[in-house]
Design a protein around this ligand. Structure first.
Ligand SMILES: Nc1ncnc2c1ncn2[C@@H]1O[C@H](COP(=O)(O)OP(=O)(O)O)[C@@H](O)[C@H]1O
Ligand SMILES: [Mg+2]
Length: 280
């Protein structure tokens, strides 16, 4: 078995222009993801999670740092059709909004068929069988295959977007808050699906969520981001049992539980923000 990571990020930095200065969205982010591994990216809104995953799939270029996919630089893979297909095969992303992955004018079945054809499956009956299989994997059937995206519920649409990503058989699947808006029962079904696929195929997952309970279920490791910086990166079990950083402790305390104290959390949050500002 190969010991080259599926995906490696080394010292990623991304800034955006704001007025006269630059906003640091991500600072010095590094990790390695191996076959069958699942990394959770956790942090509140604005902490840099989406910027990070957009860099991982080549939608944003880092100001500094390097991304390696199966040992090769991501940036070197962009020119020409073959290179684009190779990149698609390396990393697929599912966004929170499934409309970003689905064409509103094409049925779900035709979308999946098109992806399979693009990636070299020339045999029509084989594609039809694979489309049925992909849809069944995400709990969809013939009715949904014939529907346009707007003819599905939000949960069904998101599952169709996941099936579309899986159709490519990528080395790494990135999910950016992709299950956050689903009903809990549908969410559980999709999370089970991801665990099964991971076990069966060795796909690597980068799983972005603000929900630590979901991250615990899906991931082996969690990387906690706060204002673009990595404040903690640990195996999930250790992170939950013994969080090291005040921000991680705050995230854990923010999950509703018996004896929950939202006012105290608000106070700790403000204290943390002012101590971080004093430190930077
Ligand atoms: N295209 C952009 N232009 C300017 N600022 C951006 C852009 N994208 C994100 N940001 C800023 O970068 C920071 C991180 O955003 P984002 O990566 O979307 O965080 P998250 O996904 O954790 O909510 C935020 O302050 C956000 O406003
Ligand atoms: Mg985001």
């Amino acid at each position: 078995m190969s010991t080259t990571p599926l995906l490696q990020a080394a010292g990623l930095r991304k800034t955006y222009p704001t007025g006269g200065s630059r906003l640091v969205a991500v600072e010095d982010l590094s990790f390695s993801l191996y076959a069958g591994g699942a990394l959770g990216l956790v942090g509140e809104s604005g902490s840099g999670k989406t910027t990070t995953v957009r860099m991982l799939v080549g939608l944003e270029r880092p100001d500094q740092g390097e991304i390696l996919v199966q040992g090769a630089p991501l940036a070197a893979r962009t020119r020409g059709r073959a290179a684009r297909l190779a990149r698609a095969k390396a990393v697929q992303i599912v966004f929170q909004d499934p409309y970003l992955s689905l064409d509103g004018r094409i049925s779900i079945g035709a979308t999946l068929d098109g992806v399979l054809r693009l990636h070299g499956c020339a045999d029509r009956p084989a594609r039809a069988a694979r489309v049925r299989e992909l849809l069944a994997q995400v709990g969809l059937g013939a009715r949904e295959a014939a529907a346009l995206p707007r003819g599905l519920s939000g949960g069904q649409r998101q599952r169709a977007a996941i099936a579309r990503a899986l159709a490519v058989e990528p080395a790494v699947l990135v999910l950016d808050e992709a299950v956050s808006a689903l009903d809990v029962s549908v969410q559980a079904q999709v999370l089970n699906l991801l665990s099964d696929i991971r076990r069966d195929t060795g796909i690597g997952l980068v799983f972005v969520s603000h929900d630590l309970a979901v991250v615990r279920y899906v991931c082996d490791e969690a990387l906690v981001m706060y204002r673009g910086r990595t404040v903690e990166h640990q195996p999930v079990a250790e992170l939950l049992a013994a969080p090291q950083h005040p921000y991680t402790r705050l995230l854990l305390a923010s999950v509703p539980h018996p004896g929950w104290d939202p006012e105290g959390i608000g106070r700790r949050r403000r204290e943390l923000a002012s101590s971080q500002e004093a430190a930077s």
